[in-house]
Design a protein around this ligand. Structure first.
Ligand SMILES: Nc1ncnc2c1ncn2[C@@H]1O[C@H](COP(=O)(O)OP(=O)(O)O)[C@@H](O)[C@H]1O
Ligand SMILES: [Mg+2]
Length: 374
């Protein structure tokens, strides 16, 4: 099985040393490696690996690294399961030796790194930054209480919640804030990252996600933009991989045992495009609404506090003219455009003329887009 050919092949692709150089090297007695993740980012939850069977791992590692030179502080790369996943060589006895059939290979896992919240982009968003969306905030309060004392809830635990509503109304923002307030693990997944390249990839990614979450419970899985993967049956024929994804989501959501303290929150702009069976697994659907007058005023005020320029503005007028816009539109299309307009005109202060410019240009954009569909 371990033919010379194979060894040579690995040597030449992996380690830039020639056979000659290695001739006078000793065989390693022991190599201790530590997983340090990919040399580049990958999209599944986090970069930690978990060794489930260390004996098996040793054989697996020895077979693929046989004949390679091990130097402390250099790296070995996995070739098979996660190609290019790197392992730093912590110890090599002796240093600068060659991995042989008799070499012991041990892995140490960095517990601290493994216990940190995976994949939550360090954000400084807090619940109090979210204006309005009182229903969603109440639910978040229940979830928080539950995660603090799961035993009190028994069979009445919150399980699956769907956030829906127009884009830019604060769905993703709320979950990021929740991750900050809670001490529990939160797996923040953009739904499209669960789509695999090959048949079976998506199912195994989804399975791994739920497995990890239940091993680390209490925990929250947040699947953002779930409509990208859990499409309604009528769209499933268009995308062959969709039924695989839908079925594994259903299996996993049903499989989370009652008292496992794993909560799944999903968000979508369009709940009607969701697969009916997936949708029915959510015990509650919470709508994110467009901000009312008072909420728009607060959003405007809060954003103005962080502006790099001073301003002289009629806030109530802005409130009136931004009716129907989301929090994101107010920030990105109105306030940012107004600020940039002021900067472009070498002004030290943002005025209503900059705001009016932004409102006009956002109207033009909107009618353009509408026109495309008419
Ligand atoms: N309710 C809100 N309160 C304050 N800011 C908001 C709110 N909704 C949206 N925003 C602003 O818009 C941005 C985008 O919101 P996001 O949560 O990504 O929307 P969604 O996920 O619903 O599409 C936020 O980062 C925030 O600046
Ligand atoms: Mg979002």
């Amino acid at each position: 099985m371990k033919s010379d050919n194979k060894q040579l092949e690995i040597k030449s692709t992996n380690q830039k040393s020639t056979k000659k150089e290695n001739e006078n090297k000793e065989y390693a007695k022991l190599v201790v490696v530590k997983p340090v993740g990919y040399p580049f980012e990958f999209n599944l939850m986090d970069e930690n690996i978990e060794i489930t069977n260390s004996k098996l791992f040793e054989e697996y590692a020895r077979e693929q690294w046989l004949g390679l030179v091990v130097k402390e502080k250099s790296h070995l790369f996995d070739q098979k399961i996660i190609p290019d996943y790197g392992f730093e060589i912590i110890t090599a006895q002796p240093n600068n030796s060659i991995i042989a059939e008799t070499t012991k290979i041990k892995v140490i896992i960095d517990e601290v790194k493994n216990k940190t919240k995976p994949n939550i982009i360090s954000s400084n968003i807090h619940l109090s930054d979210i204006i309005g969306q009182e229903n969603a905030k109440s639910k978040v309060k229940v979830i928080t209480k539950y995660l603090e004392n799961p035993q009190d809830f028994g069979q009445w635990a919150p399980k699956n919640v769907l956030f829906y509503g127009l884009p830019g109304t604060g769905k993703t923002m709320l979950v990021k804030a929740l991750a900050n307030e809670l001490e529990v693990q939160l797996y923040l997944i953009k739904a499209t990252s669960l789509i695999g390249d090959h048949v079976g990839d998506s199912a195994s990614k989804i399975h791994d996600l739920f497995k990890k979450a239940s091993e680390n419970s209490p925990s929250i899985i947040f699947i953002d933009e779930i409509d990208a993967i859990a499409l309604h049956r009528s769209f499933q024929s268009l995308r062959g991989d969709v039924s695989e994804i839908v079925n594994s989501l259903l299996t996993e959501m049903d499989g989370i045992i009652e008292n496992k303290s794993v909560i799944t929150i999903a968000a979508t702009n369009n709940p009607t495009s969701l697969d009916y069976a997936v949708r029915s697994r959510f015990e509650e659907e919470i709508e994110f609404e467009l901000p009312n007058d008072n909420e728009r005023l607060q959003i405007i005020e809060n954003n103005l506090k962080t502006m790099p320029l001073d301003y002289n503005l009629d806030l109530l007028k802005i409130v009136k003219s931004t009716k129907g816009l989301s929090g994101r539109d107010i920030k990105e299309k109105i306030l940012k455009t107004a600020l940039h307009n002021a900067i472009a005109n070498d002004s030290e202060i943002i005025t209503m003329s900059n705001i009016n410019y932004a409102i006009e240009s956002s109207k033009i954009k909107n009618t353009d887009i509408k026109g495309m569909f008419e």
